[in-house]
Design a protein around this ligand. Sequence first.
Ligand SMILES: C[S@@+](CC[C@H](N)C(=O)[O-])C[C@H]1O[C@@H](n2cnc3c(N)ncnc32)[C@H](O)[C@@H]1O
Length: 306
Amino acid sequence: MSQNQEQAAPNFYYFLCNPGSEKFLKEEIRLIYPELVFAYSTEGFVTFKETRRLGKTLRPVFCRHFGRFLKRGSLAEVSEGVGKHLFYSLQGEIFETYPYQNGDWVTEIIKVSETQYYLGEFKASILTAPSAGGFSTATLPEQSPSRAYLKVIDGMNYMGLKLPANDYALEVGSSPGGATYALLEMGLRVEGIDPGEMAPICLNHPKFIHHRESIQDFHVSSMKDHVQWLYVDMNLPPEGSLREIEKVVDAIRPSLKGAFITLKMTKFELVSRVPMYLNIMGKMGLKVVMATQLPSHKQEFLVYCE
Ligand SMILES: C[S@@+](CC[C@H](N)C(=O)[O-])C[C@H]1O[C@@H](n2cnc3c(N)ncnc32)[C@H](O)[C@@H]1O
C-alpha cells in the first residue's frame, strides 16, 4: 500500500477505456466488483467509489488503464507538491511521461476537461498498461493494409513481448492484412486463414502463405510448420471464434508460445459471459495471462494466452 493510500478514505478508482466502451466497463464492474459503485463518467473515463472494501485484485477487461483517485481540481491545485509524474489528457495528448517498471508506484495527472484535472496513482503491473494512459505509442504505416497493424504492436507492447524474427505465426481472420503485415515486418513467417482477399503487400511476400478459406473448411494438416504465435481476429461472436479455433489450438499447443485472441463485443449482453470465455480458453489448454482493451480496439478486447 502506498503512503497516499493509507491516508485517504473512501477510495475512488478511475478507469480509462476507449470511447464507446464505457457501458461495457460499467456493466463489468457492476457484475464482478459490486464493492464499487458508479460515480462519474465522461467519454473514455469512468470513476467508481469503493463502498465496501475491495478485497480482491482489480482485473478489468474493458479498459486500457486504471488507478486510484487522490484529488481533483485545477492544474495548479492537483500539481502542488507532486514529484515525478505522468501528465496526459483523455484525448491522448501526452504532456509528461517517463519509463516505469512493473512494481513502481506511479503518480499521474489526467486532464479531464479544460478546468478539471485528476491526480491519481497506480502500482505499475501487467494490468495497468505500459504507457501513459494506455495510449498507443505506435504509428500506422501508410502501406499497412488495415488498422489491425496497431493491434499487433499494441498487444506486444502491452505484454512486454518481442516476437523473434523467423518464428512462425498463424493468423485466423487475416484479410486484408494489417496484422499479417506487422508480423512480416518483424521478420516472422506467417500463414493466414481467411476467405477474404489479402493485400498484395502480404500476398506477394515470400514469408506469407494464404489459406483462402474459412476456418470451418481449413484442415490443420495443411499447416506448413510448427506455429509459435497464434493470432485470432474474426468478425464472429466470441462463442463462434472460440469454437472454430479449438481444432487449431489442439494441433499447435505443443509448439505454441503465445496466442493473441481478439473477441468482438457483438452485443452488450456478452459482458456477463466474459468469465465463461476465459474458462473455455482454459479448457482448451491455454493459460489465460491477460484480458484487456487495447488502444487500437473498437468494440472488442484481447485475451493473451500462453
Ligand atoms: C476484423 S477483420 C480481420 C482484420 C485482419 N486481421 C487484418 O489484419 O487486416 C475480420 C476477418 O475475419 C474474417 N472471418 C470471418 N469469419 C471467418 C471464418 N469463419 N473463417 C476465417 N475468417 C473469417 C473476415 O473475412 C474478415 O476478413
